[in-house]
Structures are given as C-alpha cells and as structure tokens.
Ligand binder design. Structure first.
Ligand code: SF4
Length: 475
C-alpha cells in the first residue's frame, strides 16, 4: 500500500468515522489494517467534485478534436477495422514513442508499418532486419522486445491481441502499465487511464501536486487520478488529449496557459493568479455529499483507491516539501517536481576505424557485432574496447592494437594507429566518450574466424546497417 493511501485511510481511522464503499471492501479492510503514521492530504489535490470532472472532459475532448496533430498511428487507430491490426498499430507507435520525440518517430513508424503491417509479418522478420530499421531511434531493446512479443502473440495467442490493459501487461513482454493502458483505451475502448511524462505534468499542475512526481507513492496517486478522470465513453481520445495537452500547451518550460482548454480547472494557474494558496472546501463542506461521505467515493471510478480529504491539516504528502515552498517567479512551473536526476556515469571506449581498399578502390570499413544482450545489443560497430578513465594514450594504443590483432589474425603496430579525435554520445545513464583512431590497411586482410560476427562494408552499407547513432557520429 502506498504511503499516500495509508495517509488517506489513516485520516479516516483518526476521525473515528466509517464510511461504506460499494466496491473494494476487502481492499479497504487491508488498507485500514496497514495504515500507520497517517498524514492528511489537502483537498486542493483532488478532483472532489463530479461536475468538475465532467467540465474537464467537456473542455478537453472538443479541444482535442479540433487541435490534435495529424499522426499516422492516430489515423490507423481511427480507420483500421481489424481489432488485432488496430491494437498492433497502436502498440508499435507507443513503443517507438517511449523516450523519443514524435517528429523523429513518424518516419520510422511509416517505414515499419509498410514493411511489417501485421503482427504475423513482424513475427517472421529477423532480428537483424528489426535492428536495421530501428537504427538511430535509440533504446534498441525496444525493437527486439516488440518482435519477441509479436512472435509470442502469433505462436501462443493465435495471433489475437489481448484486449484489456491487465492482459496486455501480463502477456506481452516489454508492455508495461502505461503501454498496456494506452493500447487498451485507444484500440479497444477500455475506460482506463494512462500516466506518462506529459500526463504527470498536466495532472500535477491541475491539482498543485508538488511532491516528488517520480516517487512510487505519488505515481500511484497519479494513476488513481488518471483512472478517475478518464472519459468513460471516449477513453482513448481522452488519454490522447491529456498527452497532447502536455506535449503542445502544458509544456515543461513556458506553458501556454492563456490558450489552455482546461485553465478553469487548473489549480496551479489559480494559485498563480491569486498569489496565495487556493481555498478549497473541506469535504465536510462538500455540497454533493454534504460531508456525509468522508471517503468521498462519489467522484472516483469503481476501481479507484479510497480517498479521504482533509483540508489544511498537517504536512500534506502531495504538497512541495517544506524546504522548497512555492516560488512565485516560477508560476505554474512550480509543478511538477522531481528528485534531482542521477548524473550519468562517465565511460571511455577506444574505437578504431579500420579501412581497406575494396573492389574499384572504394574504401571499406570493418564492423563487428556487439553481444546479443546489454547495451546496444546485437548492433554493429567499429572494433571498440572499453578503457579506463585516465589511461595514457600510449597504453590506450597498445591495448587497442592487441584487440585489433584478435580480429585481424595478424599483428597490428600500436604506433600505426592514427588518433582522429573524440566523439561524445550521451545515453540515458552513460556519458560515453569514444576515442577514435584509424588504421589504413594495405592489401588483403584475413579476418580471424572469431565466434562473433564481422564484415567489411562500404560507407553506404555502413549507414544502412544496424549501427547506433553513436557509431554514425564516428564515421
Ligand atoms: Fe497547464 Fe497552464 Fe493549462 Fe494549467 S492552465 S493545465 S498549467 S497549460
């Protein structure tokens, strides 16, 4: 149970009042038993009025209908009548869009869907083909897992996509809670919410949530909120509208509040305009349930967690930490807040561009395949070797020359390696520096029959191969 839920229920216990719930009795019982050290929540963080939720939906959906970007996966989701194809089309887009900008994804998506328009087609592709098409999109394991999951749907599920978020998450490798919710709501109309970076930002601003939005407790809370507000008749459009709002209007640095369709429901904006915390009625004063229901279930979905509202009592676990109070110069961008990001670790790799003259004298380059697991799994690269930070250049040449000898089956003179420069590439968790050397070879070169794969490629072949963006920076 999350601390926030414990807090909510703990408040109930202290109040000495019990409220009946139409659903989730046993779950509530468990919550009550597990509650400890409760901390009350401020009412401003909640959607405590059903009419307000209706207004939110009523403002957001028409705006989305009018302003949404024309994107290929949206077209397919709206026009594809075959449910499995529709689910597959949304699935591919959601996987590609993880950690990647829409503008970058469009071309990859179109090429992917042209090459593999169905699950069955993707299931027959080779990993090499998948990596080639994915090259440059980053986070390469996504493509690999997508293909593995497609094989599983074809071989074990008779080619039928699971139709609910629960089953999608359970049965498909690489499909997490967000992706499952997106596929189920957009493709199959399941009334389930989604929480991604854009939704976190919008919800945190709508409800002035300033606690660390990456913490599990706040994440749980946001999921409950997303499930509570999602439109029951158009869940897929509502979820996309919330994400679209975050991507185009409620953007991280300079949100366009004046153009925002839900500005009336936005408490961060009210807070900014008022210049002080917003007075939000305590549930005791609620005009809907007249304070009879401390659980205030009237505004939550049947599956949502019990929520108890206390206004202005004690330290609220959804407010910004006391040490980082509201900063009026930031306005609505006071929300959301995240814990400081962990710095990526620094890594150095010595890389050698081995070049020979191919037929007709055109240059060819040796590329080798990376291991089938780990970072950039299965991709091709110039022979590369991790080296210690601060390793002297002379020593670096020696270890690289030894490593190249293993590939070429003949001695390589360290002094023959020509230093070209350094290339920096930032992975999500690694600040990688490639120290690039080159070596021009004369005559025929025999490659060692190594268990790993290697091949000579022209420059055009290199760019068409499954090589990472970092390696493309090297050539
Ligand atoms: Fe975001 Fe501003 Fe709209 Fe609030 S009013 S949801 S801060 S764009």
């Amino acid at each position: 149970m999350s601390k926030l839920r414990a807090a909510a229920v703990g408040g109930l216990r202290r109040s000495g009042r019990r409220a009946a719930s139409p659903a989730g009795q046993s779950r509530k019982g468990a919550l009550l038993r597990g509650a400890s050290a409760p901390t009350p929540l401020l009412a401003q963080h909640l959607f405590s009025d059903p009419a307000e939720i209706q207004s939110l939906r009523g403002n957001l959906l028409p705006w989305y209908d009018k302003c949404k970007r024309d994107l290929p996966w949206r077209t397919l989701a709206a026009t594809e009548s075959d449910a499995d194809r529709r689910g597959y089309a949304v699935w591919v887009s959601e996987i590609m869009l993880q950690q990647t900008q829409v503008a970058t994804v469009i071309d990859y998506y179109n090429r992917w869907m042209q090459k593999w328009p169905t699950l069955q087609a993707l299931a027959q592709a080779s990993l090499e083909e998948v990596n080639e098409l994915w090259a440059g999109l980053g986070y390469y394991s996504r493509g690999k897992r997508l293909q593995e999951a497609a094989k599983k749907v074809v071989s074990e599920l008779d080619g039928r996509m699971p139709r609910t978020a629960e089953l999608l998450q359970k049965l498909l490798p690489g499909v997490g809670r967000y992706t499952a919710g997106a596929i189920a709501s957009i493709s199959y109309g399941q009334a389930t919410g989604v929480v991604d970076g854009n939704v976190i930002r919008v919800l945190c601003r709508l409800r002035c949530i300033g606690a660390d939005s990456s913490s599990p407790a706040v994440t749980d809370w946001l999921w409950d909120m997303a499930n509570a507000v999602v439109d029951r008749s158009r869940p897929g459009d509502f979820n996309q509208a919330l994400m679209e709002l975050g991507a185009t209007v409620c953007v991280p640095k300079a949100p366009l509040c004046g153009e925002c369709p839900v500005k009336k429901q936005c408490r961060a904006r009210h807070r900014k305009l008022l210049g002080k915390p917003i007075p939000v009625p305590d549930v005791e004063d609620c005009g809907k349930c007249m304070g009879r229901s401390l659980l205030h279930l009237c505004f939550l979905s049947p599956t949502a967690t019990v929520t108890l509202v206390f206004a202005g009592v004690g330290d609220c676990p959804l407010c910004p930490p006391a040490a980082e109070p509201w900063d009026s110069s930031l306005g609505v961008t006071n929300f959301p807040r995240k814990a400081a990001k962990k710095q990526p670790r620094a890594a150095r790799t010595a890389t050698c561009v081995l070049e020979r003259r191919g037929c007709h004298g055109a240059p060819e380059y040796l590329i080798v395949q990376r291991p089938s697991s780990g970072l950039l799994a299965g991709l091709w690269e110039f022979p590369s070797l991790p080296v210690a930070q601060g390793l002297q250049e002379e020593k670096q040449r020696e270890v690289l020359a030894d490593y190249l000898q293993a590939w070429m089956g003949q001695p390589v003179a360290a002094e023959g390696l020509q230093f070209i420069g350094e290339v920096v590439h930032i992975f999500s968790h690694i600040h990688q520096t490639y120290v690039v050397y080159c070596l021009l070879l004369d005559g025929d070169v025999t490659l060692d029959p190594s268990p790993s794969q290697s091949r000579w490629v022209t420059e055009d072949e290199f760019h068409a191969s499954a090589v990472s963006t970092a390696m493309k920076k090297v050539l």
